[in-house]
Design a protein around this ligand. Structure first.
Ligand SMILES: Cc1cc2nc3c(=O)[nH]c(=O)nc-3n(C[C@H](O)[C@H](O)[C@H](O)COP(=O)(O)OP(=O)(O)OC[C@H]3O[C@@H](n4cnc5c(N)ncnc54)[C@H](O)[C@@H]3O)c2cc1C
Ligand SMILES: NC(=O)c1ccc[n+]([C@@H]2O[C@H](COP(=O)([O-])OP(=O)(O)OC[C@H]3O[C@@H](n4cnc5c(N)ncnc54)[C@H](O)[C@@H]3O)[C@@H](O)[C@H]2O)c1
Length: 560
């Protein structure tokens, strides 16, 4: 079965069948389902915050476009007197995961919707972006394509143990890969535009800026809307050290004209470890430098330790407990990175072709006009929203990374869909953040759902921990030293599984199914009663019979 990324689903996947283009086929299904919802919504207009007009009105409104409206008094808090009619029911700024999904669903429920997006470029800036957003154009998709490309290198090496001969390894053309990847991104960008068109969402290309509680400016043209949705996502944030401007970010790492021979990655979060894995598998001498004793802050402590051992076993160079101090250009054009330890000691990593700064991302709110419209921003510049994604200005809402809740595509999709229901259908819907699974597509993969052991102990006090570390069957004769690790965390009181974690091949694929089980409240007993699929690594999750650790709260605390 062929699987491809589909415009319709944000990050969903589609079966390719028949002559119908994959993205289209699924979109039709999605829209049909959504259209059914629209009929249901239309039957109860009294509950809706506004009466939705036929989509044709949106086009007419756009055609009758407009000199800037006369200035309105817009006191902070958005309490400006509302005009009698608006160009749109909803204008969304940003056509990424959250913006596209929310707009599409809102339109399917009958709202007049427009979405504003910057023109397409591979590398984003204040003036460039593209329909599809970060995930599709410079995040999940191109990153995963790079991961796939790099995996062949270790697969070729491992195949020798199984009798495949043919040293040296086949050569890799970076240029052909880059071309293929770019073509795919262009296809996806087009598919997403079609998705919007088919859903009757008007696309306005340009840079959006909020003027007041009901007005958006796009490169000098003003549009009014009953509701404004901010879905502008985030951008890489550079730490302020001398030579920061010499570093690349994830945007550029996806677009390098040549494969680096040596690279240093600063930071040890998702992006750092995923790109480190890619370049390392491609054969680059790869260094990862980070401040903490272990990478992947926020992950289960035991998982962090195990993953660190595995990263080291692949030959990745890890530099723990070091702060980046400076990046300089050497006379030969390459780069030197200086790191400083807590004790003031200095480590210099020389001769890097690239230095990747993967030190986090920041909400893209500067210059968006939010403060002058009275919208409250947080410390990182994130838009502060309530449980329904509403800001302190009642007609302005925000979804996705710009709100800095859980910065993942499926979460942005969920928030967009919930918001469409809230605004258009008049059914206040909170996104549900329980048991959001995620994966780090590093070498090896890490996947997780639910609580870490540390969080579980804090929440439940008495916790049973089941762990298993093993050499996967493939690696018994492939020669790869890599092992896998699985961990289940059980609330000892109820027997409910509250956390599942894995380090190893296929862990992202395996964890998706366990996320469903945990979301439904699976107990350890029910996992034990499940028959495994043999021989797989996944079966280990249903065959961990002996408890590795019983963590119990101190008697005094239990008695209190
Ligand atoms: C390298 C990388 C890898 C990632 N990998 C994964 C992964 O594997 N899995 C996962 O779940 N998540 C991943 N993410 C995170 C994921 O990409 C984001 O969580 C997701 O894209 C957030 O969607 P969004 O709608 O909030 O914003 P975005 O997708 O960022 O979309 C925002 C859009 O708004 C546009 N915009 C910004 N300002 C304006 C303006 N003023 N006017 C008009 N348009 C504007 C931008 O051009 C952009 O298209 C990754 C991120 C990165 C950077
Ligand atoms: N596979 C996925 O699902 C995936 C992949 C990539 C990104 N994402 C999302 O994007 C978000 C951003 O990813 P990210 O890796 O950029 O962020 P992150 O928060 O995961 O990691 C940032 C890293 O930079 C370090 N850092 C921050 N400030 C620093 C400083 N001043 N000096 C030195 N180090 C510093 C942090 O300690 C951390 O190691 C993630 O949190 C995740 O939600 C998800």
């Amino acid at each position: 079965m062929l699987r491809a990324h589909a415009a319709s689903t944000g990050i969903g996947r589609v079966r390719q069948s028949g002559a119908q283009p994959a993205a289209r086929g699924v979109e039709t299904r999605g829209l049909r389902a959504a259209a059914r919802g629209a009929v249901a919504g239309a039957a109860t207009p009294a509950h809706a915050p506004f009466a939705a007009a036929p989509p044709a009105r949106a086009a007419a409104a756009a055609a009758a476009r407009r000199a800037p409206p006369p200035p309105r008094a817009a006191p902070a808090g958005g309490a400006a007197p509302a005009p009698r009619s608006y160009d749109y029911d909803i204008i969304t700024i940003g056509a990424g995961s959250g913006g596209v999904r929310g707009s599409r669903f809102a339109a399917s429920y009958g709202a007049r919707v427009a979405v504003v997006e910057l023109p397409f470029e591979y590398i984003s800036s204040d003036t460039a972006g593209g329909v599809g957003g970060t995930c599709v154009l410079r995040g999940c998709v191109p990153k995963k394509l790079m991961v796939y490309a790099s995996e062949y290198a270790s697969a070729f090496r491992d195949s020798e143990g199984f009798g495949w001969e043919g040293r040296p390894l086949p050569g890799h053309s970076w240029t052909s890969f880059l071309e293929a990847k770019r073509k795919e991104l262009q296809r996806l960008n087009g598919a997403y535009k079609n998705t919007l068109k088919n859903a009757n969402v008007e696309l306005i290309e340009g840079r959006g800026r909020v003027v007041d509680a009901h007005t958006v400016d796009v490169d000098g043209v003003r549009y009014t809307a009953k509701n404004i949705v901010i879905a502008v996502g985030g951008k890489p944030s550079r730490i302020s050290i001398p030579g920061a401007d010499l570093c690349i970010t994830s945007d550029e790492a996806l677009e390098l004209a040549e494969r680096p021979n040596k690279i240093t990655v600063l930071g040890a979060g998702y992006i750092a470890l995923e790109f480190a894995g890619v370049f390392h598998r491609f054969g680059a001498e790869t260094h990862v430098a980070f401040r903490a004793p272990l990478p992947l802050r926020g992950f289960d402590e035991e998982v962090r330790k195990f993953a660190t051992e595995q990263y080291a076993a692949t030959g990745l160079n890890l530099h723990a407990g070091l702060k980046p101090a400076e990046v300089t250009r050497q006379p030969d054009g390459r780069f030197a990175v200086t790191l400083v330890g807590e004790d003031g000691s200095r480590t210099v990593i020389k001769d890097n072709d690239q230095v990747l700064m993967a030190t986090g991302r920041a909400p893209k709110t500067s210059g968006l006009g939010l403060e002058s419209a009275g919208v409250k921003l947080g410390k990182k510049g994130e838009v502060v929203v309530d449980d329904y994604s509403r800001t302190n200005v009642p007609s302005i809402w925000a979804v996705g990374d710009v709100t800095d809740r859980i910065n993942l595509t499926p979460v942005a999709l969920m928030e967009g869909m919930a918001l469409a229901r809230t605004i258009v259908k008049g059914e206040p819907t909170k996104p549900d953040y329980d048991f959001v699974a995620s994966a780090v597509f590093s070498w090896p993969n890490i996947a997780t759902v639910g609580l870490t052991e540390e969080q579980a102990v804090k929440r439940y006090g008495d916790v049973d921990v089941y762990t298993s570390s093993f050499r996967p069957m493939r690696n018994t004769i492939s020669g790869s030293p890599l092992r896998s690790f699985m961990k289940l965390i059980v609330d000892a009181g109820s027997g409910v599984v509250v956390g599942a974690h894995m380090v190893g091949d296929d862990s992202a694929e395996i964890m998706q199914g366990f996320a469903v089980a945990l979301k439904l409240g699976v107990t350890k007993q029910q996992l034990d009663a499940t028959v495994g699929i043999h021989p797989t690594a996944a079966e280990e999750f249903v065959t961990m019979r002996s408890v590795s650790r019983e963590v119990r709260r101190p008697a005094a605390v239990a008695a209190a």
